[in-house]
Design a binder for this molecule. Sequence first.
Ligand code: MN
Length: 253
Amino acid sequence: MATYVVSDLHGQYGIFRQGLKAIDLKDDDMLYVIGDVIDRGDDGIKILEYIRRHKNMDLLLGNHEHMMINSVDPDGGEECAGIDTELWIYLNGGLNTYTDYLKLTKRSRKRLYNWLCNRYVIRTIEVKGKKFCLTHSYYNEKCVNKRCRELDYDTVWEIVWLSMFRDDPSTRCDDVYSAHKEYSFITGHVPVHKVRMTHAADEDFTKLKLYKHSNLIDIDGGCAFQGRYGVESGALFLRLDDMKVFPIPIITG
Ligand SMILES: [Mn+2]
């Protein structure tokens, strides 16, 4: 069996399915999707439901799923009045997702909500004797192998929002990875193009490729860009067994 990771699909269902085809995911393989499946693009709910239905896939929480959980009604009702509603719907592209979410039955919405609350925030796994720590962004020992519902709002918020690569001072943090050299960290959250442009200015930032620095690997291929801004964006599927990358670019025009 092989272990794969991908992150930040942001509603790009076609790219997700192309990636599954490219890696030829088998029943006894495992694919970890490291957050931000929803928003920006159109088909976030479709991807969530696809992952939920497959035993060889799991989702770790991203800040977008965290905003959704803290916006919608826990009982599956249509109201959207949680503490993150404004942030999600108006500032982070959640409207597409919410519109599709409303097309589900009340029962399906409640099931999806409960499933999201049950996802891991950070997971540590071992592949071929090598230790990996999968997290949407930040690290905190007390969140390791904990599910969202086991942790309070602020604790999860830090994991899914804070990054040493963010410009915004409210979500900017120091390097948390170098103090934990026992792991190779796999993160998403900030597109590799942006990290490369601002933190490694000598590289060609327009290309769709991993960003590696010491024991950190960023796999956010920038699906959030939806093929815009003149950079090669898309998804970066990575096989942890041999670190083979499967780039799936969004082709526009
Ligand atoms: Mn994110």
